[in-house]
Design a protein around this ligand. Structure first.
Ligand SMILES: O=c1ccn([C@H]2C[C@H](O)[C@@H](CO)O2)c(=O)[nH]1
Ligand SMILES: [Zn+2]
Length: 139
């Protein structure tokens, strides 16, 4: 199966992630992040980071987008773009969270300053991932 994103899909994802970044609630870090997930049917589901005065409760944009997609009934994703100043990679927690739904996922890591990006698979970002297959309750 060809999992590579087409240039047009990459553009759409970057545009959506950059746009939703404006909605980020980040009064504590002032670090604004947007994420956009591409569904198998072409739909895009977005998320931004949502912070809290109790810092450990902060939600990353990637997990907000992933939870929104699941809530809409989407579990098959073609790619995700993450937009921030400097183009940060998803944190470890988000890598693990996203991996639940497939390690082949292409991650488009975008710097909103100049629009540059790089693409890495989740498998590259999370080698030797814990996938729950050894859990006694695994189906
Ligand atoms: O990939 C990342 C990295 C950080 N953040 C958020 C979490 C927190 O609100 C702020 C600073 O870490 O940026 C994300 O949303 N995604
Ligand atoms: Zn994260």
């Amino acid at each position: 199966m060809n999992r590579a994103l087409e240039p047009r899909q990459i553009d759409r994802l970057i545009q959506a992630a950059t746009l939703v970044r404006d909605q980020a609630y980040a009064p504590h870090s002032h670090f604004y992040v947007g994420a956009a997930l591409l569904m198998e049917d072409g739909e895009i589901v977005v998320g931004c980071n949502v912070e809290n005065a109790s810092y450990s409760m902060c939600l990353c944009a990637e997990r907000v987008a992933a939870a929104a997609a699941i809530s809409k009934g989407y579990r098959l994703w073609k790619g995700i773009a993450v937009a921030s100043v400097g183009g940060v990679s998803p944190c470890g927690a988000c890598r693990q969270f996203l991996s639940e739904f497939g390690l082949e996922l292409p991650v488009v890591i975008t710097d909103v300053i100049d629009g540059s990006y790089k693409i890495r698979s989740l498998k590259q970002l999370l080698p030797e991932a814990f996938d729950g297959s050894l859990l006694p309750t695994h189906a």
